[in-house]
Design a protein around this ligand. Structure first.
Ligand SMILES: [Fe+2]
Length: 212
């Protein structure tokens, strides 16, 4: 544990499982139009209530992926339990995605639930319920890719990783983070966001601004 709201767990998922997930998920990514050299696949939904349905229905509807579907579901549940234990809160999965960064790709400094000053970034000034974050590495620094370190400047931390490592951290402005440019190879991860169960409410239709 690095501090009470940031921890790294080594070898959380075995390398065979990481490779199975990686090989399947790479086939369904789409390009992130806003960020060069980044591809992703949304595996949950923008509304936490819907994301929780994943556990009932599974993600892949095709029978071809049944084995991967079970592995993915078990992995997500295992991560959810770990995050709940670490923060001592009952949580809902809000959103999760598979994420790859190619050479030249990076992520600027940001926090997941607020802007860098701590102001809310959600609809109508409410906090988006990305209160807690987790990142599971499906590849390994200095083996599958060069560069791409995850940095938490406030905590003076710059992380390289082994395959299957899990990072858990608070999503607020005390834990801003960035990903340094990937120089070579492909950096694969699954990124998950959780909210307190009590805050997991459907976004009210009255909060949605529609164009006339
Ligand atoms: Fe982030």
């Amino acid at each position: 544990m690095i501090d009470k709201e940031l921890t790294v767990i080594n070898n959380f998922l075995d390398s065979d499982s990481c490779n199975i997930l990686k090989n399947t998920l790479r086939s369904i990514v789409i390009e992130d139009k806003n960020t060069p050299n980044i591809y992703y696949a949304d595996l949950g939904f923008a509304n936490g209530i819907d994301a929780s349905k994943f556990f009932e229905t599974g993600f892949f509807s095709s029978g071809d992926f049944e084995e991967v579907d079970t592995l993915l579901k078990n992995t997500i549940l295992k991560i959810k339990n770990k995050v709940e234990n670490f923060f001592g809160e009952k949580l809902d999965l809000f959103h999760f995605c598979y994420h790859i960064i190619l050479p030249g790709g990076y992520q600027e400094l940001h926090s997941d639930s607020t802007d860098l000053n701590g102001d809310p970034t959600g609809i109508n000034g409410t906090h988006e319920p990305q209160e807690y974050s987790a990142l599971l590495y499906l590849g390994e620094s200095n083996k599958d890719y060069i560069g791409g370190e995850l940095s938490f400047p406030n905590q003076k931390l710059r992380l390289s990783n082994k395959i299957g490592d899990l990072v858990i951290f608070r999503g607020n402005h005390e834990y801003p983070h960035e990903v340094y440019p990937v120089k070579k190879g492909i950096r694969d991860s699954i990124v998950l966001f959780f909210c307190k169960t009590e805050n997991n409410k459907p976004i009210s239709i009255t909060n949605v601004v529609t164009k006339k």
